[in-house]
Design a protein. Structure first.
Length: 155
């Protein structure tokens, strides 16, 4: 009896499916056309061959000062007194601000691409290291600090 009930149910389901007709596929008209073009990313030029030679003198001086300020105010692994820590962070912030100003000038002058900031800043850090060892800085630390302090502070 149980088997007859199951067979009858399966037969009824089969008959209902046969009467409904073939399945109709529906497509969205927008999807049947050609695939849309994928936008291409902008072409980024290669970094400059001589990162120290690109841009205006003002931009180059800003980047040199940034590297000098960072070289003279490195992060330390030891704990500092709160006042010393604050002075260090302020000096590092000035180094960051003047470096950012220099990179922004290069980009606005179209002398370099923003993605080359690391390559350029590393080149200036190497140059400042060489100049420091030779004791022949192109710009003094005091002049660099004054130049950085003259920049508008972010809020």
């Amino acid at each position: 009896m149980f088997a007859r009930t199951i067979l009858a149910a399966l037969g009824a389901i089969g008959a209902a499916c046969a009467c409904s007709g073939p399945a109709v596929e529906s497509h969205d008209a927008a999807l049947t056309g050609p695939a849309p073009e994928v936008p291409q990313p902008p072409v980024i030029p290669p970094p400059p061959a001589d990162p120290l030679a690109v841009g205006s003198q003002e931009a180059r001086d800003d980047l040199y000062c940034s590297a000098l300020i960072y070289a003279e105010n490195p992060d330390v692994s030891d704990a500092l007194a709160p006042v010393e820590e604050a002075l260090l962070r302020k000096a590092q912030m000035l180094g960051f601000l003047i470096g950012e100003a220099g990179i922004n000038k290069l980009v606005s002058e179209k002398a370099a691409h923003a993605t080359h900031a690391r390559v350029i800043s590393d080149a200036y850090a190497e140059q400042v290291e060489k100049d420091t060892k030779a004791k022949k800085l192109r710009i003094s630390l005091d002049d660099c600090n004054a130049r950085a302090a003259a920049l508008p502070m972010p809020e």
